[in-house]
Design a binder for this molecule. Structure first.
Ligand code: PAN
Ligand code: ZN
Length: 191
């Protein structure tokens, strides 16, 4: 498996292949199956059934060689596969940055969006190729594939930010994204 570069890191070029979502050189790749998203989907019975029945890959994250350490600026490419669980669209786990730091997402392929939640207010931003979504400090964020093909985006974030997944399991995300009768719908998280 590829690993992160060790500082001091030399100036360098990274090639991004949009069709595969791969980086060269690349750091670690993370694969999230449905079973890794325990507690994320509204219909827990449907989630358990689909975990037992094939446990599909929901998304993959390819990191660049830039490590997640203070003052560095890591990047990663996330690919969310198309799909849903009882109508709730495939998504990332979602997290808060324990060190509140902003982040940008740049749309590469497919159609998707970002649910953001600061504990009180919620926000939805559509992301398509060429669009930049800005995640301000203090806003938890979760990505959704709203289409029928792979949704890919590049994330760039400060290396000190960290990832707190428990925050989302405890506080929710404010909104949930569904496909109902082939139409996209956002619902209140606990409706
Ligand atoms: C992204 C996310 C990536 C996967 O690189 O980490 O899309 O989502 P989860 O981390 O919620 O599983 C990012 O926001 N980094 O900070
Ligand atoms: Zn983040």
């Amino acid at each position: 498996m590829s690993d992160y570069a060790k500082p001091p890191i030399s100036p360098g070029l990274i090639s991004l292949d949009v069709s595969t979502g791969s980086l060269l050189p690349s750091g670690p790749t993370l694969t999230r199956r449905l079973s890794d998203l325990q507690g994320c989907f509204k219909n827990m019975e449907a989630w358990q059934q689909e975990v037992n029945n094939g446990n599909p890959i929901v998304y993959q994250v390819v990191s660049s060689v830039v490590p997640e350490i203070p003052r560095e600026l890591p990047q990663s490419v996330t690919t969310i596969f198309p799909g849903s669980c009882d109508g709730e669209l495939y998504m990332t786990k979602g997290h808060q940055h324990p060190d509140p730091q902003g982040e940008i997402y740049y749309g590469l392929a497919g159609t998707g969006g970002i649910i953001m939640f600061d504990g009180k207010q919620t926000s939805w931003i559509d992301i398509t190729p060429g669009k930049i979504g800005y995640i301000p400090p203090g806003w938890a964020h979760r990505s959704i594939n709203t289409g029928t093909s792979e949704y890919k985006f590049l994330a760039v974030y400060p290396g000190s930010a960290g990832h707190d997944y428990q925050w989302v399991l405890k506080n929710g995300m404010g909104l949930r994204a569904f496909t109902k009768n082939n139409k996209f719908e956002l619902e209140e998280f606990n409706s």
